[in-house]
Design a protein around this ligand. Structure first.
Ligand SMILES: [Mn+2]
Length: 316
């Protein structure tokens, strides 16, 4: 059994998995049906790995892509050890900021640990497994366009919005279908078109709600922050709010379906802020979970107070 765990939040996470599937098919003649596709994020990677062990299906190979490392992940080491004892080979491809010490430990615990902050996850996989393949290059290009906010490829943006919407267990089949299509080089077809049409209506409604719910908070010696929520991928909410409001120094959006929070800021260390909530990410954008961040259609005051306190400690 081969297992691929990636984060399913954007085209980089999904694209990395699609490239992996393509590699298996082209170079090792393994069909995608033989590969277990999993999606995880900071809050449930350990849970997914533990489940893998418990199911006792003896994975021969485990691929983790586009997932950073945060403090609570130290529990992955004993899990990796157990997997290794089961003769499982572990590969981890990432581009998040990870401490040198941890990187060394991960290198020692895996068959391969590749981390490059200058490339996105899909690019790292493409360069490693399929550097010459036209379709893998296209996937990596789309992922880079979104991950580095180049915004030059409209189709990448569309696919990214679809992926962001597919977050969560209820859309897992759609997510997998998209990964398989992309791995075959299909980026546009009737199914994708229909999905996009349905999505457009739903997203517009959620974006309007996010704007209506905007909460502006003034933080002394920092400036204004904006917090809002909707039933939409948190990074997608943030991106939209950023086009509506230019002034705030920090944007925090909550995906109220999953209590997942995304923060963007050029003025605060987002990675450190997220780490305080056991999340992670990049310097200027990061994510984490907070149980009941939204309660009875309102942003939880306890969460807001904590967030404000942590922002104050992490000004850039
Ligand atoms: Mn990424």
């Amino acid at each position: 059994m081969i297992v691929s765990i990636t984060h399913g939040e954007d085209i980089d996470g999904i694209g990395a998995q699609a490239i992996l599937l393509r590699y298996f098919k082209l170079k090792r003649e393994i069909e995608s049906s033989k590969i277990v596709l999993e999606y995880a994020h900071y809050s449930n990677l350990l849970e997914k790995l533990n489940r893998l062990l418990k199911n006792n299906k003896n994975p021969e190979e485990l691929y983790i892509s586009d997932l950073g490392f945060n403090k609570q992940f130290s529990a992955v080491f004993p899990i990796f050890h157990q997997l290794k004892n089961l003769n499982c080979k572990i590969y981890w491809f990432d581009h998040h900021i990870v401490e040198k010490k941890i990187k060394r430990r991960l290198k020692d615990s895996t068959e391969l640990y590749l981390n490059d902050e200058k490339r996105c996850g899909a690019e790292i996989l493409k360069d490693y497994y399929l550097p010459e393949d036209e379709i893998a290059n296209k996937i990596a290009l789309y992922a880079r366009d979104r991950d580095f906010q180049l915004n030059k490829i409209p189709l990448a943006k569309k696919l990214d919005s679809l992926i962001a919407f597919y977050r969560g267990e209820e859309y897992i089949e759609q997510q997998k279908k998209l990964v398989k299509l992309m791995s075959k080089g299909v980026f546009e077809n009737k199914w994708i078109k229909d999905q996009l049409i349905q999505l457009k209506v739903l997203i517009k409604a959620q974006k309007d709600l996010a704007v209506n719910r905007v909460k502006l908070i003034e933080i002394e010696d920092f400036g204004q922050i904006v917090v809002t929520f909707a039933e939409l991928g948190a990074s997608q909410i943030t991106r939209y709010i950023e086009t509506v409001l230019k002034k705030p120094k920090l944007f925090a959006s909550i995906d109220s379906r999953h209590n997942e929070i995304n923060i963007h800021s050029q003025y605060a260390n987002c990675r450190n802020i997220a780490a305080q909530f056991n999340g992670g990410g990049h310097l200027n954008r990061a994510g984490f979970s907070y149980e009941n961040a939204v309660e009875n259609d309102k942003i939880n005051q306890k969460f807001l107070d904590e967030l404000i306190g942590i922002i104050k400690e992490n000004k850039l």
